[in-house]
Write a protein that binds this ligand. Sequence first.
Ligand code: ATP
Length: 308
Amino acid sequence: MRYESVVQVRGLVKRYGSKTAVDGLDLDVRAGTVTAVLGPNGAGKTTTVETCEGYRRPDAGSVRVLGLDPVADAARLRPRIGVMLQSGGVYSGARAGEMLRHMAKLYAHPLDVDALVERLGLGSCGRTGYRRLSGGQQQRLSLAMAVVGRPELLFLDEPTAGLDPQARRATWELIRELRADGVSTVLTTHFMDEAEQLADEVAIIDGGRVAVQGTPEELCRGGAENTLRFTGRPGLDLGALLKALPDGTAAAELTPGSYRITGTVDPELLVTVTSWCAQHGVLAEGIAVERRTLEDVFLELTGKELRR
Ligand code: ATP
């Protein structure tokens, strides 16, 4: 059975005592996509994901995962989802290899354990007890345990926190391959580059609600515009330059000879600016068109203040 939304959250509320951690949250995860859930510390990401996994009961609202209720239908849902918890969620005494093999046996069509161990650079850790693994190795083992059963839907809570660059890349590669195999992934992360690299959709959560959801392109397109920077002779007549540019474009000389144009910086605008410079005998150097990044969008929506 195919679902358009593998995760459908409507009006989710979750309280811890008097603290409202999730406050009327709506979220959709389309089948076969990677959806990154971003948000400041304490925004409600983990609570939302753990509710989708069936580990927490909603106080209000509805959650459907693969068309099922994660709490009432837990027995049917568990074999179809893979879960990597932030804390690892692994029994600490056992050896890494044994744990993974044991996990694989619980599923009808597991991945090849040896190949997975190799992929994630865990080859030397097979006989090591979980507690003796380094933080990054524990993290990779948790990922291996989440994916070994070939889940239809994968929940990864900060999967690359604390990983070295090689392990991060190996993790990204694995997530991409799983997507190519049709696996849907919900990923919480604080790394904007991770979201930009992997996500088909991004949801930014703040104060227990989704502030915005869309593709990275959609999110980076609207709002504040792109920027064009160049250097040239100091004291250019920016008023005259602006007359040649569309309404809504702004120009400033930031320091003598260093110019910034903001607006809809499209190919046409770039040509207009460089031809205007040419007509005025100005050699525009260091021309750079800077796109709005996911980090810009994140900071615009959630503010630049540190959360307490
Ligand atoms: P982070 O980025 O730091 O992991 P998060 O977005 O995952 O944060 P949550 O862990 O969902 O945020 O927490 C949301 C809010 O609920 C926070 O204010 C947190 O202190 C509170 N909270 C989370 N778990 C509990 C709990 N078990 N008991 C009480 N309060 C909790």
